[in-house]
Write a protein that binds this ligand. Structure first.
Ligand SMILES: [Zn+2]
Length: 266
């Protein structure tokens, strides 16, 4: 067994508030239970009862959209879903997705030991903000922090109409801030960070949660703060704030230079 040595040079933190521009439905695990005629519940924090955006939902969407953008083969089944995973080290080092999201341990042979195959990206849950919780309470929505939307599904063959009720967080609600945390293990990681920003833009142009093709789940990132921690880990180094993902993307070259100085890999 060869020891796989990985050096963490530092981390980049992207904090952002997520705004639901249209109604948002991210279902909970018990979301198919019928409660008082409600077919689809949203996921909530059991302590605060506030809806939240699970980091895993945002991260999964970022990954799948990047895989599509780069036309990567879907070659590995995990439960019911199929994802992309590189099969060789040569593919891996040039892969815009696996280098950011990592390779499951059993798939990364030991001969790759000189290349870190762990995930570089952590995405935190984003809970409904206090301000939005208060606004929704004052608005007396149908349900706690949520509205009911009845939709009619039409059977293509029989034309039978089946109404169903979806719970969703109303447009305008804000979540977070969420945190996207990107680890720097090698010099190539500076450029790989750009893929995280691309993925944020892809999510804005797509949707989060269910019923996206029917208009749900348009989100926008705002109040974006970027900072880093280097070898002297408890020193927080502030980079800058941005009003949008586009502004952040436009400043990427500056950010990269700043990281090379503040989170050096040598
Ligand atoms: Zn790959």
């Amino acid at each position: 067994m060869i020891d796989k040595k990985i050096t963490l040079y530092g981390r980049v933190f992207i904090e952002a508030t997520i705004v639901a521009k249209t109604g948002l439905h991210i279902g909970g695990s018990g979301s198919d239970l019928e409660i008082g005629g409600l077919d689809k519940e949203v996921i909530r924090n059991p302590l605060t009862k506030r809806p939240y955006i699970p980091g895993s939902s945002l991260r999964g969407k970022m990954r799948s959209l990047l895989e599509k953008l780069h036309g990567l083969p879907q070659n590995r089944s995990i439960g019911k879903v199929t994802i992309h995973t590189c099969q060789t080290k040569e593919q891996f080092v040039n892969c815009p997705v696996c280098t950011v999201f990592g390779i499951p341990a059993p798939d990364a042979p030991v001969e790759w030991q000189d290349t870190p195959t762990v995930s570089r990206l952590v995405v935190r849950d984003a809970e409904l903000t206090d301000k939005s919780a208060e606004a929704l309470t004052n608005a007396r929505t149908d349900l706690l922090y949520a509205e009911l939307k009845t939709e009619v599904a039409i059977d293509r063959v029989t034309s039978a109409a089946t109404p169903r009720t979806m719970e969703r967080v109303p447009a305008g609600a804000e979540f977070g801030p969420t945190e996207l945390i990107f680890s720097i293990y090698e010099a190539a990681d500076y450029d790989r960070l750009k893929k995280v920003i691309d993925a944020m833009q892809l999510v804005e142009d797509d949707y989060l949660g269910g019923s996206g093709s029917r208009g749900y789940g348009k989100v926008k990132f705002k109040e974006i703060e970027v900072y880093a921690r280097g070898k002297n880990y408890s020193d927080k180094k502030e980079f800058r704030s941005f009003g949008s993902v586009q502004e952040l993307a436009d400043a990427f070259n500056e950010l990269k230079t700043w990281l090379q100085q503040n989170v050096p890999t040598a």
